[in-house]
Design a protein around this ligand. Structure first.
Ligand SMILES: [Zn+2]
Length: 97
């Protein structure tokens, strides 16, 4: 097992870290009105199906959910937690000012 950043070999009994990242589509609650029940959705559904058929199963799954799991050494983990989203430092300083 190696650190995903620096490729340093990670030994089982030694301190190492796991980074798990789950991304999934957010949604808002949907309220169905009486008008919604009487609308004709044929065209909408056909367009949706057409667009879905153009995408691979994997691409569709990744639009909804994608997860990652990495092993990091202590040094790389300490760097990672300083900026887990990989934002540029200049931009972060500007936001904090
Ligand atoms: Zn490392």
């Amino acid at each position: 097992m190696k650190c995903a950043v620096c490729s340093r070999k990670l030994q089982r009994a030694k301190l190492r870290y796991i980074v798990k990242i789950n991304t999934f589509a957010a949604y808002d609650t949907f309220e169905i009105t009486l008008d919604d029940l009487f609308k004709n959705y044929d065209t909408t559904i056909k367009k949706l199906l057409t667009s879905l058929r153009k995408k691979s199963k994997k691409a569709l799954e990744e639009e909804i959910f994608k997860n990652f799991k990495f092993y990091l050494c202590k040094k790389c983990r300490n760097e990672y937690i300083k900026n887990p989203l990989g934002k540029r430092v200049k931009r972060l300083k500007k936001l904090k000012a």
